[in-house]
Design a protein around this ligand. Structure first.
Ligand code: PMT
Length: 319
């Protein structure tokens, strides 16, 4: 009997990136979530969100990180649920979270007022009142959050390290392969391209008494390749391309489509990413722009991105 095809990336993942102990359990949860929603007539999107942490020591004191706040992923999750999708939200621990993201810069204690007995030693019984001026739109956000939670439309899955991200994404891809083209992958996470393999990592804290530190980092395998070819070959896949130099952005986006043969690249530049992106497909190129007027009306670019992609997903399924 022919052996199942094992891509070299599968082998590398197993050998060089520690497998999280809960990966099989999470995979089963994701598969059940997808089956249930597809049976109820919904499509399912897997969103990756936030940056990754690359440890320098196995008992980690120091790590390499990146800029991503997770806002793109968190706000897109809300618009996908508004469009009728169920969302698996594979996000970096403590990065921005759907609905809560709007209040991430607010100190909760400034937004609540305790009205009860005075004095440090007196009873804690009394009322806690929300100041809606400090938390604008809290009622709207809370109502929608409760709706999506009660409808079980949002399945949050957390990662911290690069290893966790890679294994959980693979598990998600395999879990969603059972729903074929009803699945969308929206890979908005900013994933490290470099890492130190477990076999080359010092166990203990690197000592500064040894003098200046020189690091040699290996290349992280390009996970898009097995995802598109082997793990979820019928899914609708969107990757993101981030550059700081706008002059090379579109060329890089097109090259990604040529290399990985997936459906869409959303191209953005670091400084303008909240107001301008280009949605690139093998045949088309659409600029999405947020004007000052849009900002005044609280229109976010993710609403436009999601609207563009849900239409494209429709076409992909019918074709
Ligand atoms: O989180 P925010 O602050 O809101 O910012 C949003 C964002 C700028 C992070 C987002 O819009 C974005 O552009 N994310 C992708 C950035 C990136 O790392 O691009 P890349 O060219 O390195 O990677 C290309 C694609 O492959 C990405 O979809 C990435 O998620 C994916 N990838 C990359 C490497 C890897 N080993 N595995 C991957 O899946």
């Amino acid at each position: 009997m022919a052996k199942p095809r094992i891509s070299s990336i599968d082998g590398k993942l197993a050998e060089e990136f520690a497998v999280p102990s809960h990966v099989e359990e999470v995979k089963e949860k994701m598969a059940a979530f997808a089956r249930r929603h597809v049976a109820a007539g919904r499509r399912v999107v897997l969103i990756t969100s936030g940056g990754t942490k690359v440890p320098l020591e196995s008992r980690t004191v120091r790590f390499l990180d990146n800029f991503s706040s997770g806002r793109r992923g968190a706000s897109s999750a809300e618009y996908f649920m508004d469009s009728g999708y169920a969302v698996i939200f594979l996000h970096r621990h403590r990065s921005l979270y759907p609905y809560a993201r709007m209040f991430s810069n607010i100190n909760m204690l400034d937004a609540l007022k305790f009205s009860g007995g005075g004095g440090a030693s007196s009873s804690n019984s009394g009322e806690v009142v929300v100041n809606q001026q400090v938390l604008p739109n809290i009622a709207k956000a809370l109502k929608r959050y409760q709706e999506v939670t009660e409808g079980e439309l949002l399945l949050p899955v957390e990662f911290s390290t690069l290893s966790e991200y890679l294994h959980l994404l693979k598990a998600a891809a395999k879990a969603l392969s059972t729903i074929g083209s009803e699945a969308m992958f929206y890979l908005a996470a900013a994933v490290s391209d470099f890492y130190i393999p477990a076999s080359e990592m010092p166990e203990h804290k690197i000592q500064s008494s040894n003098g200046p530190l020189q690091l040699s980092l290996n290349m992280v395998p390009k996970i898009l390749s097995p995802l598109v070819k082997d793990w979820a070959p019928r899914a609708f896949v969107i990757s993101f391309k981030l550059e700081t130099d706008a002059a090379i952005l579109l060329d890089k986006a097109r090259r990604a489509l040529d290399t990985y043969r997936h459906q869409v690249v959303v191209a953005n530049v670091l400084d303008s990413r909240r107001g301008y992106v280009v949605v690139v497909t093998p045949e088309t190129q659409a600029e999405l722009i947020i004007t000052e007027e849009d900002v005044k009306n609280d229109v976010e670019i993710e609403e436009r991105i999601v609207s563009n992609l849900t239409s494209a997903h429709n076409k992909f399924i019918t074709q």
